[in-house]
Design a binder for this molecule. Structure first.
Ligand code: FAD
Ligand code: SIN
Length: 526
C-alpha cells in the first residue's frame, strides 16, 4: 500500500472504486489532472473482474447501430432514454478499440476477426469476449495501464464512509483506512463515485462481496436523486451448489445453444417465449421461478453437453474448470442452476457524463442510472455503458477542473464517545436478515403484501443499525451494513411506488403495464 504520511490526502480528482468505470476514467483524466483512486479491498476485486460473456457493440457488417439501439430499447420496456441509448451504442466500437490498444485480447475467429457472442434480447451476434473471462482480461489491462500512469495514486483498503458536501458542492469524502484503522479526509476538486452495484443485499447473488451499494447510499444521504431502484436484474443461471459461492453460469452458454430443462429433462422455455432460451433475462428468470414453484424443486438444469467437448473447453474454460472442481463435468452433464440477483439498473441519477445533482460529484458505471437500461438491461451493455460514461465524464471534468481551486480541508472525523464494537455477531445477524428479507419479499415476483412486510422490517433494522453506527467506532462491516440497509429501503420504497409490472419489476397486484412509462425518483427530505 502507498505510504501516506498525513491523514489528509488531496488531489484534483478523487475516484472511488477500481472497476472498469473508475479505472478507465482515471486513466483518461490523468493526462491533465492529479488523481487519487481509492478502493475498499484489493484493487482487482470488483464486479468487473467476474464479468464473463463480454461487451456488446456493433462490430460486424451484418449489424447496425439502429439494431443495437432497438434491442436495448425493447429490453428497457419503454423506460430507456432514447438519446442516451443512441450515444452509448454509437460510441461502442471506438471504446472497444481503445481497450484493445491497452492490450485487452478479445477472442478471435480462425480468420482473425473478433469472435462475437450472442445473448438473450440481442438480435445479432455482437458481444466481444475473452473466452468466458472477459472481465478479468479487462481489469488486468486497465490496472496495468494505471500502474504506469505517474499522475494516478491508487490506494487499496480505503473504504469511503461518507461524502462531504457543503452548499451542495462535494469536497471529497471520509474513508476508513482498514490497514491502519484510521479515518482519512480525501479532499478533491471533483469526486467520482465508481463504486459498482448492490448484489450482496440479496441472499443469492452473482456479485462479489464488495457489491454493497455504498455509492448509492452515500449519494442519497447527501441529497442526490436516486432513480429506478426497483429494477434489480436477476440472472437466470447461477450455479446451484453449496460451495459455488456467487458463481455465474454465463448467458453466453445459451447463446451457443445450451438449453434449460427440469429434472426429467423436459425443456420448458418454449412454454414461455418464442425466443426460448434467448428471451430477455427477466422472462427467463421468471420462467425458472415459476417452474420451481410448480415442481417444488430447488433448481433447474442448463445443458450444453450437445456441443463437442473441445468447443466447450475452448470457449468456456473458466466455467468448465469451476464446475469440474465441484464434480460437474459440463461436457457430459447438465449444470444445476437457479436465478440470482445480478445487476442494479437503478442508481444515482446522472447525465451520460456522470453529472449528479450535487456539484462536483460525478457517478459512473453500475452505481449510476443514466437511463440507458430503463426497466431492464440488455445483456453485456453495462461494461459498454461504464466505458462510454467514463469517456464523457472526462470531457466534462476538463471544464470543471479549470473553474475551481482545491477546496479547504474539512473537519477531521469525530468518533465522539464511540467505543469498539462489543458484539460483532449483531452485524452478521442484521446483514443476514437484510439479505433474507430482500430475497423472500423483494425478489423476482413481488406483491403489495410482501413489500409492505419488507418495509416494516427494514425500518426496524435501520433504526437499530443507525443507533449502532453512532455508538461504536466504525469498521468496514458496519459501514457496509448501514449502506446495505439504506439501499434495501430505497429498493423497497421504489417497488412500492411503481403500481405496474414493467421490465424486471413484476407485481402480482399490478400485472399490467401503465400506458405512460415514468421513472421512480427518490430524494432525501431535508
Ligand atoms: P465494479 O466493477 O463493481 O467496481 C466497483 C469498485 O468500487 C470496486 O473496486 C469496489 O471495491 C469499489 N468500492 C465499492 N464501494 C466502495 C467504498 N465504499 N469505498 C471504496 N471503494 C469502494 N456486464 C457486461 O456488460 N458483460 C458481462 O459479461 C457481465 N458479466 C457479469 C458477470 C458477473 C458475475 C457480474 C457480477 C456482473 C457482470 N456484468 C457484466 C456486470 C458488470 O460486470 C458490472 O456492471 C460492471 O463491471 C460494473 O463496473 P463498475 O466499475 O461500475 O463497478
Ligand atoms: C453473463 O455472462 O451471462 C452476464 C452478462 C451480463 O450480465 O451482461
Amino acid at each position: 500500500m502507498e505510504n501516506l504520511e498525513s491523514s489528509d490526502v488531496a488531489s484534483d480528482v478523487l475516484v472511488i472504486g477500481s472497476g472498469i468505470a473508475g479505472l478507465s476514467f482515471a486513466l483518461k483524466i490523468a493526462d491533465f489532472a492529479k488523481v487519487v483512486l481509492i478502493t475498499k479491498k484489493e484493487k482487482a476485486e470488483s464486479n468487473t473482474n467476474y464479468a464473463q460473456s463480454g461487451i456488446a457493440a456493433v462490430l460486424s457488417h451484418s449489424d447496425s447501430f439502429e439494431t443495437h439501439a432497438k434491442d436495448t430499447l425493447d429490453c428497457g420496456d419503454g423506460l430507456s432514454k432514447r438519446d442516451v441509448v443512441k450515444t452509448v451504442v454509437r460510441e461502442g466500437p471506438a471504446r472497444i478499440q481503445e481497450l484493445m490498444e491497452l492490450g485487452v485480447k478479445f477472442s478471435q475467429t480462425a480468420a482473425g476477426e473478433l469472435d462475437l457472442g450472442i445473448e438473450g434480447g440481442h438480435s445479432k451476434r455482437r458481444v466481444a469476449h475473452a473466452k468466458d473471462l472477459t472481465g478479468k482480461e479487462i481489469e488486468a489491462a486497465l490496472l496495468n495501464a494505471v500502474s504506469k500512469a505517474p499522475s494516478i495514486k491508487l490506494i487499496e483498503n480505503q473504504i469511503a464512509i461518507n461524502l462531504v458536501v457543503n452548499n451542495n458542492r462535494c469536497l471529497g469524502c471520509y474513508a476508513l483506512d482498514t490497514e491502519n484503522s484510521l479515518v482519512r479526509n480525501y479532499i478533491a476538486k471533483i469526486t467520482v463515485l465508481a463504486t459498482g452495484g448492490i448484489g450482496r443485499i440479496y441472499l443469492h447473488t452473482t456479485n462479489p462481496e464488495i457489491a454493497t451499494g455504498d455509492g448509492i447510499a452515500m449519494a442519497y444521504r447527501e441529497g442526490a436523486t436516486i432513480m429506478n431502484m426497483e429494477f434489480t436484474q436477476f440472472h437466470p443461471t447461477y450455479l446451484f451448489h453449496p460451495q459455488g459461492k456467487s458463481f455465474l453460469i454465463s448467458e453466453a452458454l445459451r447463446g451457443e445453444g445450451a438449453v434449460l430443462q427440469d429434472k426429467n429433462g423436459r425443456q420448458f422455455m418454449a412454454d414461455y417465449h418464442p425466443m426460448k432460451e434467448l428471451a430477455p433475462r427477466d422472462v427467463v428468470a421468471r420462467a425458472i421461478d415459476q417452474e420451481l414453484k410448480k415442481s417444488g424443486e430447488n433448481h433447474v438444469f442448463l445443458d450444453i453437453s450437445m456441443k463437442s467437448s473441445n468447443f466447450i473447453r475452448a470457449r468456456f474454460p473458466g466455467i468448465h474448470e469451476k464446475c469440474l472442481s465441484f464434480g460437474i463435468d459440463i461436457t457430459k452433464n447438465p449444470i444445476p442452476v437457479v436465478p440470482a440477483a445480478h445487476y442494479c439498473c437503478g442508481g444515482v441519477k446522472t447525465t451520460i457524463a456522470g453529472e449528479t445533482d450535487i456539484k462536483h460529484l460525478l457517478a459512473i458505471g453500475e452505481v449510476a442510472c443514466t437511463g440507458l437500461h430503463g426497466a431492464n438491461r440488455l445483456a453485456s451493455n453495462s461494461l459498454l455503458e461504464a466505458l462510454v460514461c467514463a469517456h464523457y465524464a472526462v470531457k466534462k471534468c476538463r471544464v470543471l477542473l479549470n473553474k475551481k481551486p482545491l477546496p479547504q480541508s474539512f473537519a477531521q472525523w469525530e468518533s465522539g464517545n464511540a467505543v469498539d464494537i462489543d458484539e460483532a455477531v449483531v452485524i452478521t445477524q442484521n446483514r443476514n436478515e437484510i439479505r433474507h428479507l430482500m430475497w423472500n419479499y423483494v425478489g423476482i415476483v413481488r406483491s403489495n403484501k410482501r413489500l409492505n412486510r419488507a418495509k416494516k422490517r427494514i425500518k426496524l433494522l435501520l433504526d437499530e443499525i443507525n443507533q449502532y453506527y453512532w455508538d461504536f467506532i466504525v469498521t468496514a462491516d458496519l459501514i457496509e451494513l448501514r449502506n446495505m440497509a439504506l439501499v434495501a429501503k430505497l429498493i423497497i420504497d421504489s417497488a412500492i411506488i411503481r403500481k405496474e409490472s414493467r421490465g424486471i419489476h413484476y407485481s402480482l397486484d399490478y400485472p399490467k403495464k401503465l400506458p405512460i412509462a415514468q421513472d421512480t425518483l427518490l430524494k432525501k427530505k431535508r
